[in-house]
Design a protein around this ligand. Structure first.
Ligand SMILES: [Zn+2]
Length: 89
């Protein structure tokens, strides 16, 4: 290891840097979930239904009930946060 790298790793506290990164990541993820609350359903890949092997019949996906969209977990957290703030005021 070069002396320059050794001093650089000592000046910044690693746990503080991780905390800032984690907070920024969480805030960024929440903002992303506010703008794009849905993701494609994992079971049907966003199609909302499954085709039979013959291709002529199909059924709705029972995981997303045919919508093909699933609410992202971050959006649920956001809704929860919004509700708790409203009750406090
Ligand atoms: Zn689905």
């Amino acid at each position: 290891m070069s002396p320059l790298l050794a001093t650089a790793s000592h000046t910044a506290h690693p746990s503080a840097a991780w905390l800032i990164l984690a907070t920024l990541g969480a805030v960024g993820y929440l903002a992303h979930c506010v703008i794009w609350p849905y993701r494609a359903c994992r079971k049907c890949q966003g199609a909302g239904r499954f085709r039979s092997p013959s291709g002529r019949a199909w059924r709705y996906c029972n995981r997303c009930s045919g919508k093909g969209a699933q609410l992202r977990p971050g959006r649920r957290v956001w809704t929860h946060l919004k509700n708790t703030n409203r009750h406090r005021k």
